[in-house]
Design a protein around this ligand. Structure first.
Ligand code: OAD
Length: 237
């Protein structure tokens, strides 16, 4: 098998599930409790900003109550010790990868802990609420801050960097994601077309499982540390 030097890892809600954050599409998951069209689109924000802001205020508060788990820690260890190229592309909007210590990380769907001012376009680290319509720390205008979350119908962030990393990769690993949301769900096919090896680590076979060269199933806190141990053992330089 070709030597593995450059790795791209895509993570989804399954990585944070064992930290106590709800996934989206499981039974009782977030999209069963709330309609996507009510809380996660620009149209919803225009129609009923209070509802949308309250939803994200609750989510922002929740992520500050939980801790990274063994899967986040294992990926941070891989980031620290892997001498080749590595990029963790997360769909997650929590900060658990970085709290575990991961540095080579990109949030393609935005971050709960950022607020985005629609007046001056500034982004600000934000731990509190937005429902009270605070003033932007940069331009001072009140009532124009929204969660810095990529909603349905909006373009995910840093796609250029992601595709460039995929084009250089030797291995693409998808962890804890259902493969239901594009463009992330299409990365496995992009990788395959470039001749990149593909591996899925998920609780169960995802919608796109058949696209992967290999799938390993189980809880992220077990299968991710085991895979990281394996990668670091076989690191050749
Ligand atoms: P989903 O909720 O769609 O999928 C979570 C996946 O994680 C499922 O395949 C589960 O089987 C798996 N899973 C659950 N618990 C797990 C565990 N303990 N260990 C390993 N795997 C586990 O979440 P995402 O795929 O992340 O977008 O969803 C993608 C996007 O859809 C999100 O980023 C979000 C959402 O709408 C935005 O909000 C823009």
């Amino acid at each position: 098998m070709k030597e593995i030097r450059n790795i791209v890892i895509l993570t989804g809600a399954g990585v944070s599930a064992e930290s106590g954050i709800d996934t989206f599409r499981s039974a009782g998951g977030l999209w069963e409790q709330h309609r996507v069209e009510d809380v996660a689109t620009p149209e919803a924000f225009e129609r009923d900003p209070e509802l949308v802001l309250r939803f994200y205020d609750m989510r922002r508060a929740r992520i500050q109550e939980v801790e990274p788990n063994a899967a986040h820690q294992a990926l941070a260890r891989l980031d620290a010790e892997w001498k080749g190229g590595l990029l963790i592309v997360t769909q997650n909007v929590d900060d658990l990868h970085e709290r575990a210590g991961a540095g080579r990380l990109l949030h393609m769907h935005g971050e709960h802990l950022n607020a985005w001012c629609l007046s001056c376009d500034g982004r600000h680290r934000w731990y509190g609420t937005l429902i009270d319509r605070p003033a932007c720390p940069a331009c001072g205008i009140a009532g124009r801050m929204r969660p810095d979350i990529v909603w349905f119908g909006e373009m995910p962030y840093r796609m250029h960097e992601i595709y460039a990393a995929l084009n250089r990769a030797d291995l693409f690993v998808s962890i804890g994601t259902s493969g239901a949301v594009y463009p992330a769900a299409g990365f496995v096919r992009e990788a395959r077309e470039q001749g990149v090896r593909t591996l899925e680590l998920n609780l169960e076979p995802s919608q796109g499982s058949h696209w992967f060269d290999e799938s390993r199933h189980g809880p992220a806190t077990e299968i991710v540390p085991a895979w990281v141990d394996q990668m670091l053992r076989q690191q050749q330089y």
